[in-house]
Design a protein around this ligand. Structure first.
Ligand code: 13P
Ligand code: SF4
Length: 391
């Protein structure tokens, strides 16, 4: 089996329908220097009233978050989008896979808008449907496929979610990966294996730290190598087959920075997102989704010290909201998610003013077949019992 490496597109230029990267803005954006941007956003939102519902992921810029009707992690936003059937327009301030999920979970009368189509996700791009279908074939050739349940992180294309839906699998988020994996392992008896897409770190951290599997139970499927780079025997012995994907933002955090900070700051608490590498999570005191990180900091006593390993917009917002706590960022360098940051005030103003004029721009529409199959996997996630201990 050979795989073809697709060329990388500079963000926002050209079209790559197979990727999360999207296309350049098809309209005239207001200038970023326009002093009236805030007033224009406010006026457009007021004019739209209940017809519009603005969702904001925690990694969005402050200038955008101020206009969100609700904020949340991917799990909360998926539920919030589904719970607003009266809103004609869902403006999703997040990234492409989140807007796709919102389109799948909302009614046919509702239209989902992503203010900048270049707001993709490099992790979601690391699992293309053709690669996953090839892997599925290879698992059959290795004689293990009948035991495998696919689980995909929310951070994946609708096509991958549909793949999980039609193959008895489920979607998970960083809030519920533990219960999703427990559900998956209960599907095919004691010999069940899980194919976890596309974030190897969330899959490994959850399987090992929450479910008690060993690192040796996990193998990594490399889509750029024939047979994933694994032998049939390795596949037969594995319990968890981790897709070789990662988040370029959370992949930056490293254990030596934790050691340095602990040496400098007395009684430091370290909290990280489960997209961080296993060796980082092992050194942290707490691990959880963005929603969990926020709740933990809110509940922390005044005077406590925290190093936070997640995207910088959220860490800065938490530091500003809690001046009574000592909050530091867990990386030596600036660490924004560049695609989340694509959604800025000019794009939001442009999207909402267009809606006021009756023009729906940047609509995210999943085709009906994909939608139907992806909904099966998303609904399985929404029906999972309870939530993880992290929430
Ligand atoms: P959560 O919203 O699930 O915490 O995920 C973080 C993330 O990287 C979203 O892209
Ligand atoms: Fe993707 Fe990571 Fe950015 Fe989230 S933070 S959108 S996983 S690149």
């Amino acid at each position: 089996m050979t795989t073809v490496d697709l060329p990388l597109l500079p963000l926002g230029r050209g079209t790559d329908p197979l990727s999360e990267r999207g296309v350049e803005c098809p309209g005239d954006l207001p200038a970023a220097s326009d002093p009236d941007l805030v007033a224009r956003a406010r006026a457009a939102k007021e004019a739209l009233g209940d017809r519009v519902f603005v969702l904001g992921h925690h990694y969005q810029r402050d200038e955008v978050i101020q206009f969100a009707d609700v904020t949340g992690d991917s799990f909360k936003l998926a539920r919030d989008a589904a719970a607003r059937p009266e809103a004609e327009f869902i403006v999703f301030c997040g990234v492409h896979f989140m807007a796709e999920s919102a389109d799948i979970l909302t009614g046919p009368h509702q239209r989902v808008v992503l203010p900048d189509l270049a707001a993709g996700c490099s992790m979601a791009d690391m699992a293309r449907i053709a690669q996953v279908e090839k892997a599925w074939e290879a698992l059959a050739e290795a004689g293990v496929r009948d035991q495998v349940v696919p689980v995909t992180y929310m951070n994946s294309s609708a096509a991958i979610k549909a793949f999980c839906g039609r193959n008895g699998g489920v979607v998970c988020t960083s809030s519920n990966a533990e219960v999703a994996l427990e559900w998956a392992f209960a599907q095919k008896g004691p010999d069940t294996k899980v194919l976890f897409l596309p974030d190897q770190h969330l899959g490994r951290n959850t399987a090992v730290l929450d479910l008690g599997y060993s690192l040796d139970d996990c193998v990594v499927w490399n889509p750029h190598k024939p047979g994933g780079g694994l032998t049939a025997e390795e596949l037969r012995d594995a319990k968890v087959i981790l897709w070789k994907g990662h988040c370029s933002v959370h992949g930056r955090f490293s254990p030596d920075v934790i050691d340095d900070l602990r040496a400098k700051i007395p009684d430091l608490n370290v909290i990280v997102h489960p997209e961080c590498r296993h060796e980082v999570v092992l050194k942290a005191d707490h691990v959880g989704s963005t929603e969990h990180i926020i709740k933990t900091i809110e509940a922390a006593p005044a005077g406590s010290s925290w190093a936070i390993g997640t995207e910088l917009n959220l860490v800065q917002r938490l530091a500003n909201a809690h001046p009574d706590k000592n909050i530091v960022f867990l990386d030596r360098n600036v660490c924004y998610c560049s695609t989340m940051n694509r959604i800025d005030l000019p794009h939001l103003v442009w999207a909402m003013e267009s809606l006021v004029e009756g023009v729906v721009v940047n609509q995210i529409e999943v085709d009906p077949q994909t939608e139907q199959e992806a909904l099966v996997a998303l609904q399985r996630m929404l029906d999972l019992p309870g939530k993880s201990h992290r929430d």
